[in-house]
Design a protein around this ligand. Structure first.
Ligand SMILES: [Zn+2]
Length: 66
């Protein structure tokens, strides 16, 4: 009777905020809150890989040119 130490139940996995909108993530779409946010992140990642401007330095450290 009256086990104060057992009244506090901590979750096994701490809730993580969705990197897209900041809402608590769900178990199905972890670490995102929904499938929509997951798709957003995925599409951004894919398009980002193409959109990233390649900064080519003429002076490469090490001189690894032919
Ligand atoms: Zn979200």
């Amino acid at each position: 009777m009256g086990n104060d130490s057992d009244t506090r139940v901590e979750p096994l996995r701490k809730p993580r905020k969705c990197p897209e909108c900041g809402r608590p993530s769900t178990r199905e779409n972890y670490p995102f809150c929904s499938d929509r946010c997951r798709q957003i992140d995925l599409s951004r990642w894919l398009t980002g890989s193409y959109a990233i401007p390649v900064a080519e330095d003429e002076s490469k450290p090490g001189g690894e040119e032919q």
